[in-house]
Write a protein that binds this ligand. Structure first.
Ligand code: OGA
Ligand code: ZN
Ligand code: ZN
Length: 407
């Protein structure tokens, strides 16, 4: 039978897998286990979402045995070979145990598996728990965002884990967090970003300074307008989260602009489904060229994940190389890009704010587009400092903070 593990290790593993163990998990009960040809139907006596029954394949149940022989007790990595299991495996015995708190299985070779009812309910791929770790994305237009601004204070996020967790939750769900009161000095943006994860270095450096420069290799380093865009679309993996911190805002103009690319993509899907489909299947060529670099990648404007949910928006006309789709597709592609652009530029979609010294914005760069108005470099200084981290590291930080908060 399963070797006992310490409560501490169980909790880490439960949190690491996003299980609602706590109160919800403990209240789950199995009334009966009804085996069929290749699976068992569990009839729930009590279920957090009120489900009557859920099915689990036998091969899945065997592959996910939690005992110390099947799952390494320290690394939580599987030590059996899922794909070497008999595809027709079937337990010799299967029953609800511990008053319905667990499912007990005995396999033909005598191996025993015990799975907690709450653990099973949290991974119920038949009943809506699929991708339970993928938090609901809350897309927004300007009015929705301003009704509940994702604002945070520097003192709080740099000293308190609870406030850092709230900031990361805004970044995860809405793709944007605004932090006020960050000392407008060199290196402070990196200190905030390093609270979350290590920094993502690029051809612009570990950190970068956005100001009007004499010999710019990037339009951001001029005083020109920057239309809403995502950074570094010319890379295989554009950075996941961008931080921009305002040090000086004396120049007239230069207001920041933010648009939720996922909301714009939802609108395009509803209003022009053919244009939407075209932008998900047509890779655009992107390129960045300067004296030292020639960095190119091809990717679609809107990328969906395997379930059809939004994964990425990549949009930056200035860095788009000459389009090179087949002749008859060129006209429709320009039409589709114009249609998406029109949505992105609707005033109701755009959050506009003039950053003041001490303001920092952090946003998902593969979702939320950013830009700025032109400014007058002769009428005062404008200076921002920026850096990037990646989403997988940031969401890891969020999960670990939730774990220690007793989630
Ligand atoms: C950038 C950028 C915006 C700004 O550096 O990538 O878009 O407000 N800057 O200057
Ligand atoms: Zn086992
Ligand atoms: Zn940019």
């Amino acid at each position: 039978m399963a070797e006992q593990r310490s409560i501490g290790a169980e909790r880490v593993e439960a949190a690491a897998e996003g299980a609602p163990e706590g109160a919800a998990g403990e209240s789950v009960r199995i009334a009966a286990a009804a085996p069929a040809a290749d699976h068992v139907a569990l009839h729930w006596a009590a279920h957090p979402r009120g489900l009557a029954a859920s099915r689990f394949h036998f091969v899945w149940l065997r592959a996910n045995c939690r005992c110390a022989e099947c799952l390494h007790p320290h690394t939580w990595e599987r030590t059996i070979d899922s794909y070497a299991l008999d595809p027709a495996i079937r337990p010799a015995e299967i029953a609800a145990a511990e008053e319905g708190r667990a499912l007990a299985l005995r396999w033909p070779d005598g191996h025993e598996t015990r799975l907690a009812a709450g653990w099973l309910a949290a991974r119920d791929y038949d009943g809506g728990a699929r991708r339970a770790d993928m938090r609901a994305v809350r897309s927004w237009d300007a009015a929705a965002l301003l009704a509940d601004p994702p604002e945070h204070r520097w003192e709080a996020v740099t000293t308190g884990d609870a406030d850092l967790r709230l900031m990361l939750t805004d970044l995860r769900e809405r793709g944007l967090a605004i932090v006020r009161g960050v000392p407008p000095q060199d290196g402070e943006v990196e200190r905030v970003a390093r609270r979350i994860a290590f920094l993502r270095e690029t051809n612009f450096g570990v950190g970068f300074r956005v100001e009007n420069k004499p010999d710019p290799n990037n339009v951001a380093y001029t005083a020109l307008e920057l239309k809403a865009h995502t950074d570094l679309p010319n890379r295989e993996s554009p950075p996941g989260i961008q931080f921009l911190h305002c040090h000086r805002a004396d120049a007239a103009g230069g207001e920041s602009l933010l648009v939720d690319g996922f909301r714009a993509a939802e609108r395009l899907r509803d209003e022009a489904p053919e244009a939407f489909a075209r932008l998900t299947r047509t890779a655009l060529p992107f390129r960045f060229v300067d004296a030292d670099w020639d960095i190119r990648w091809r990717a679609p404007t809107i990328r969906l994940d395997a379930d059809g949910d939004f994964e990425e928006v990549r949009y930056h006309d200035a860095l788009t190389a000459p389009l090179d789709v087949p002749f008859e597709e060129m006209g429709p592609l320009y039409d589709a890009l114009r249609r998406f652009t029109a949505i992105l530029r609707e005033p109701q979609m755009e959050l506009r704010l003039k950053l003041q010294p001490g303001d920092l914005i952090a946003f998902q760069n593969r979702r939320v587009l950013h830009g700025r108005g032109a400014f007058d470099p002769n009428a005062g200084l404008r200076k921002l400092e920026g850096c990037y981290v990646d989403c997988d590291d940031a969401w890891s930080r969020l999960r670990v903070l939730e774990r220690s908060a007793g989630g």
